[in-house]
Ligand binder design. Sequence first.
Ligand code: SAM
Length: 287
Amino acid sequence: MLHGAPIVLSFVQARPALVARRHKRSKVLLSLDLGLSMEEVVEVDDGGLILPGSVRLSWACIEEIAAAESSCFAVEADGSIRKIQTFSALTQRHYSLYPTTGAPTMLVSGLPMHRIKGTDPQRDTLSKIKAASLTRGRVLDTCTGLGYTAIEAAKAAGEVVTIELDPAAQEIARHNPWSRRLFEAPNVRQIIGDSAEVVAQFEAASFARVIHDPPTFALAGDLYSCDFYREMWRVLQPGGRAFHYIGDLESKSGGRVARGVMERLKQAGFARVIARNEAFGVIALKE
Ligand SMILES: C[S@@+](CC[C@H](N)C(=O)[O-])C[C@H]1O[C@@H](n2cnc3c(N)ncnc32)[C@H](O)[C@@H]1O
């Protein structure tokens, strides 16, 4: 873990600490940033854990974290803990950081923004990136979320422009150790705004790739409209490609949404639209 980086824990880290107490161990190996970096040796005593910076985390707090399977907690310098969650006055939605054994996801009104069943947000992100088949050119990431697609895209692309509607979502990302590079990578430009409006302001043919990873149709219908797809087509360079995440194409609802999406992408001008079941989405190619 980076020196001075915020400490963020979930039940995944708190439970081994409780085991160490039961076995009366004086030390325990723990990751202090939700498993992003290596585990560190942490001292255990009767009062709790002694974390870097002499932060004392009480057993009461550790028990509270261990019992909360749906929450991640920031540990403050005074040893108090705070759930990483917020309510947005803008969208009237509740946002929270939801732990997994790997990278956390974000819940928006209770819905996870990454796949977590049978996979994890990191693998989910890599399959989106693979389907997008990135080049060194500019990438438009229409929905920032926790920034995982933007961070991965920035490793291959020249520049990534990423758009997030809700400052509350950006706030959750700020507290997520796995999102740190979203704020640090020099080739990631973040914009707060509605993609449906922001994308219309970009120059034609100014991106080599688009990664479109919207919330579900019910939460963001505009981002599934033919008008929006026309804008995606307009900002793509000839030969460019868009990856559109949808959900499980083999499920009844995913299949239904995918059929409509593919039809509208073609109406919007895309020459070829191809289902990518393994990435839970479709790719759309501009001739
Ligand atoms: C599925 S998540 C994106 C996950 C992201 N690709 C990642 O790697 O973490 C969808 C995000 O889109 C945001 N969003 C919803 N409507 C939007 C809009 N109209 N314009 C831009 N972002 C939007 C939501 O707040 C949410 O953070």
